[in-house]
Every structure is written in C-alpha cells, then in structure tokens.
Write a protein that binds this ligand. Structure first.
Ligand code: ATP
Length: 439
C-alpha cells in the first residue's frame, strides 16, 4: 500500500523533492524540486498551459509580478480577512485550523492513544497568513509590502490592459502560473501545504447573468475533472465537494473543490469558484479606475462576473506521484503518463566497460536527446537490472539497451516500464516507434 513515508522517501532517493535549505537544518514549509522533480513539474505546467492557453481561442496568458502595490491586498480583502482561525492544544501546544476537522480528530485520538487523556482546545483565534517583505534602498524609506498570497489579483488588476491590448471578447479567460506565499500555521503532509508554492489559475470573465454564468461554472467543473483524468488519475480517487453555504464567501454564487483521496483521507486538490463581480468591483473602487467592459456589438457596459479555476501545482504533482505509485515484491514503479514522465527514454550500454558498446549507446542517446528532442537519460552504472529499477522508480516509460547484437544488426532492446517486457527494434525504426507511442 502506498504511504506518505514511501512517497517522501522515493522523492528524496531519486531526486524529485528535497527539504528546503536541508544542509542548514531546513526551513519549515519549504521544499526544493530536484533534477527529476523539476522536470515533472515543468511537464505538468506545460500540459496545463497547452490545454488552457495554446489550444484555445478564448484564453490569453499573463505573468504578473509577485510583489504588488499593498493597496491591491486591501482591495482583495486579504489584509483584513486572509486569516486562518486556529485553536491550540492545551497538552502539546500545537496549533491547528478549526476548519480541518479530520486533523483535529486525528490529533485528539493521538493523545487518547498515548493515554494522555482528552485534549482541551483554546478559544479560536485568527492569524493573518500574508507574508510580509520590505522594498526600498535606504533603511529610512523601506516600505512594507506583501508577497502575493495567491496569484489571482495580478490578473484582475490587468483587466483593462488586457482588453485594450488584445482582441478578447467576453466570454474570455486569463491564465497565469506562478508562485504564491502563505504564512501557513500548520504546513504539512509534505508538499501538500507549504509556505511557498505554485498555482495555476484561469479567471474566466462572463456576462453578469446567473443562467449563463452557472452554465460556465458547470463547464469548468467538468473541464477540470476531465483534465485530471486525461493526466492519468484514477477516477475513483477524485470527487467534487461543493462548499457549504457557511463556507462560501458572501459574494460567491457557487464553489466546488476537486478532492483527491490522499493516504490521510479526501483533501482539496483545486477549487472552482463563481466569484461574481466582486474582485473587479473592489479593484475599481480602490484604484479609482474604470474596470467595466463595453460590449462592442451591443454597446452595453458592465462589470463581468468571474468563474475562477484555481489549482496548485504542487498538490496535483504530489497526488500524481501517489496515484501512479505501484509496487510488487520485485520493484517500485511510477506509472506516470509518458507526457508527464521526467524522462521518456533511458539508454544503456549492456556492459559499462566495453568501449564499443558505450560508443554505440552514446550515439543513440545523443541522437534521441538532441535530434529527436526527447527527454532522454543515460545510465552506465551497476548491473542492467538495477538500472531498470532506477528508471522504473522515476517513471521512465522505455529503456533502450545496446548489446553485442546491436553491433551486428543495428537492433536494440526496448523494455517497457509497465509490462517489463522487451522487444527488439531496428534502429532505423526507433524514432518513429517513440513518436508513435508518445502521440
Ligand atoms: P487549504 O484549505 O487546503 O489550505 P485553500 O482553500 O486555502 O486550501 P485556495 O486558496 O483555494 O486554497 O488555493 C487554490 C489552490 O492552491 C489549492 O486548491 C491548492 O491546490 C493550492 N494551495 C493553496 N494553499 C497551498 C499551500 N499552502 N501549499 C500548497 N498548495 C496550496
């Protein structure tokens, strides 16, 4: 069975994710992506951008600054309301979020199991989780600013710039991927909740009409669920969770999370939110700039409504690792979709100290990597079985082995990660073999 310990250990062992600033004892709630982790993350973001922006006519992208005028965060309500409500355990003084019922229950149970008795909690208190920084050269004119707590405002504040500089017409969306920072009180579950993380979001602007906006809300729910299935997620591990009325912001007309069944229980992977005209209206009010939209055909002027799809990058990535993790008595395999796999192919000489095999394998490796353009790995250490296992653990779908027969007849063995079966392929057909598989 897949456990968090197994995932964390695999991530460290194979170079997916390391503790942030590890050699200095770490920094709570920060993580560094290693050589294969950064490739996986890039593949995930590229796929998202490809489907959300490149392949659509109705969504454009932006890449806004992380630090913004502090007034932005007053307008968005973050200065006042971006707070977690916490309670403190009177036995061990850990602070937990009141809304995380499962964590609270598990914590209470832990004390009961340790025969320390039933936990008493302090009264709930609010903690703002915006992270502060300073800008300015001289100490005397340094100004407090915030690192963005979410990437959303960078889109809304550019609404006018985008409609003025492009040909977008409502309904249209604006996509963005970027880092966000939260002074999370209880970071945890590995990269699930950290203090620095990445988000990928679309703000989709529609006419201020309840029927039409709900139609788009439903559209985006389905679109996002279908997308996760396309990435290879098992459908039974995913579900929608509609927000209760008391969880929803007063301006939100509807809100749903897509949840994944993590080893600790169902938890949020992303959210789809009907935010009405709240953000644009607030930024219009606080900036004094007109943020309305004029319909070029009808001449009507209105503040559009916003349907937001807001996902982290790190959570889907971690859930992909969990979902694709497979083990039996022989090996551990990450059955990642080939498009997500850090390396598509690995090339090995069968025996590492035979120069003619190494030379031939090296030519094939460089051909696949540089001429065909496939993310390709090389390994000539240890025995061949160990090399296969190492590639299985990072999810490489195919391994190419060069042996003595290759030198005679220009054929190689191609071994499949998922079946561990091998077939003999002629070098002249190798490129098309992989491109066909990947398409
Ligand atoms: P949670 O209640 O689990 O803290 P949230 O409801 O505050 O999450 P949103 O503000 O809706 O999260 O952010 C959208 C998405 O950004 C989340 O669904 C998640 O994928 C990601 N995200 C938010 N906070 C974090 C974090 N601290 N670490 C990693 N990812 C995060």
């Amino acid at each position: 069975m897949v456990t968090m310990d197994k995932i964390v250990s695999l991530c460290k062992r194979r170079g997916f994710v390391f503790q942030g600033s590890e050699i200095y004892g770490g920094l709570g709630g920060t993580w560094d992506y290693g050589p294969v982790g950064s490739l996986l993350k890039k593949n995930l973001k590229d796929w998202w951008w490809d489907d959300m922006v490149s392949k659509r006519d109705d969504i454009v992208g932006v890449d806004a600054a992380i630090i913004m005028n502090p007034r932005v965060w007053e307008a968005s309500g973050h200065v006042e309301g971006f707070a977690d409500t916490l309670v403190e355990c009177k036995i061990c003084h850990i602070r937990l979020r009141v809304d995380k019922e499962l964590e609270i229950k598990q914590h209470e149970q832990m004390h009961v199991n340790a025969e320390e008795g039933k936990v008493a909690w302090t009264d709930p208190k609010k903690f703002n989780i915006l992270m502060k920084a300073q800008v300015g050269v001289l100490e005397s004119d340094k100004k407090d600013i915030y690192l963005r707590g979410e990437i959303t405002p960078g889109v809304h504040v550019n609404f006018k710039n985008i409609t003025d500089s492009t040909r977008v017409r409502i309904p249209f969306g604006v996509a963005q991927i970027g880092k966000a920072f939260r002074n999370e009180i209880t970071p945890g579950n590995f990269i699930f909740r950290s203090r620095e993380f990445e988000q990928m979001e679309v703000q989709f602007y529609v006419r201020p009409d309840i029927g039409e906006s709900m139609k788009w809300f439903e559209y985006w729910k389905k679109n996002r669920m279908d997308w996760f299935e396309k990435l290879g997620f098992k459908r039974e591990k995913l579900r929608f969770r509609d927000h209760r009325d008391d969880e929803r912001a007063f301006y939100a007309k509807a809100a749903t999370d897509i949840e994944y069944e993590a080893p600790w229980g169902w938890d949020e992977m992303m959210g789809i939110h009907h935010r009405s005209d709240w953000d644009l209206t607030r930024h219009q009010e606080f900036s004094g700039k007109d943020l309305s939209y004029r319909d070029p055909e009808t001449g009507e002027t209105f503040i559009p409504w916003d349907i937001e799809t807001s996902s982290g990058v790190d959570r889907p990535l971690m859930f992909l690792l969990i979902d694709s993790y497979f083990e039996d008595d022989k090996r551990v395999v990450l059955k990642l979709h080939p498009r997500l796999a850090p390396y598509k192919v690995a090339v090995f000489p069968l025996i590492a100290n035979k120069p003619d095999l190494v030379k031939k394998a090296d030519t094939i490796y460089h051909h696949l990597k540089l001429e065909v353009g496939l993310s390709t790995s090389w390994d000539a250490r240890g025995n061949i079985g160990k090399r296969y296992y190492a590639q299985d653990e990072i999810g490489t779908p195919w391994c190419v082995t060069v042996d003595y027969k290759t030198l005679e007849d220009d054929t190689v063995t191609v071994r499949s990660r998922d079946t561990a079966k091998q077939e003999r392929i002629s070098l002249s057909k190798l490129d098309s073999y992989f491109t066909a598989k990947l398409n």
